[in-house]
Ligand binder design. Structure first.
Ligand code: MN
Length: 242
């Protein structure tokens, strides 16, 4: 099982979650919302074999914490993974949108200067903005668009630009989400939870709940869940060996 976008450090009991996920053999990309959190996670997760930690600055925090982009850029040589970064075009974040664009372009430039990174990106309400930013920095690395919610046309554009995708149980519950996932290349797809923000029946999803996404993918692709697992594992290996 692979949870390629999880905010482990935002659970009330991250250590317990890590122990359980470890016992279940879940591969995790622990995304962070600030560079300081990344530094904390380095300590918290030092012993976890299947966990990688992504260095992030969440677009929803950029209004208040944009100056931390300096720290992110300083830390960048120490990690292969960046996230959560991106743009949020929602009404609550409209006033910071220009700043978000500035911060994202600085991060992508720094990724490029460092030889490229694997980047988990937020693009809610801002798909074109994120794709434009990526297009301006073609050597930033490999973008993984998390919980993609654009149009089919924007999806085609993202696919043509070489983007990867991480999809979760929630996305696979809606008709729109399913149609998008169906159009994503099967060899550029990973599962995610975006937990603990994403919930099921009032409880936060757990990393191993990616299993629900695997079952939905099996139905969508017309193959067995075990074959979905095999495909996703191949994908993870291909991505991380790039
Ligand atoms: Mn997230």
């Amino acid at each position: 099982m692979i949870d390629f976008h999880c905010h482990i450090d935002l659970y009330p009991n991250p250590k317990e979650v890590l122990v359980k996920a470890g016992a279940k053999g879940v591969y995790i990309l622990a995304v962070t919302t600030t560079p300081k959190a990344w530094e904390g996670n380095q300590i918290l997760m030092a012993e976890c074999q299947r966990v990688r930690i992504a260095l992030g600055l969440h677009p929803e925090l950029v209004a208040e914490r944009h100056s931390e982009v300096q720290r992110l850029i300083q830390l960048l040589p120490q990690t292969k993974y960046v996230g959560e970064v991106g743009l949020d075009g929602g009404p609550q974040h409209r006033t910071s949108f220009k700043l978000q664009e500035l911060v994202l372009s600085r991060i992508l430039r720094a990724c490029s200067d460092n030889g490229g990174r694997i980047i988990s990106l937020h693009s809610r309400g801002a798909t074109n903005g994120v794709l434009d930013a990526l297009e301006s920095e073609p050597n930033a690395g490999i973008p993984v668009l998390h919980w993609f919610s654009g149009t089919q046309q924007q999806l085609d554009r993202a696919v043509n630009m070489g983007c990867w995708f991480s999809v979760g149980p929630q996305m696979l519950k809606t008709r729109k989400g399913k149609a998008l996932v169906e159009a994503m290349p099967q060899d550029r797809l990973l599962t995610e939870t975006d937990a603990p923000f994403s919930q099921n029946a009032g409880l936060p999803l757990m990393p191993w709940d990616v299993q629900y996404a695997v079952l939905a993918l099996a139905e969508l692709w017309g193959i067995e869940p075990v074959d979905v697992d095999a495909q996703l594992k191949l994908n993870l290996r291909a991505l991380t060996n790039k």
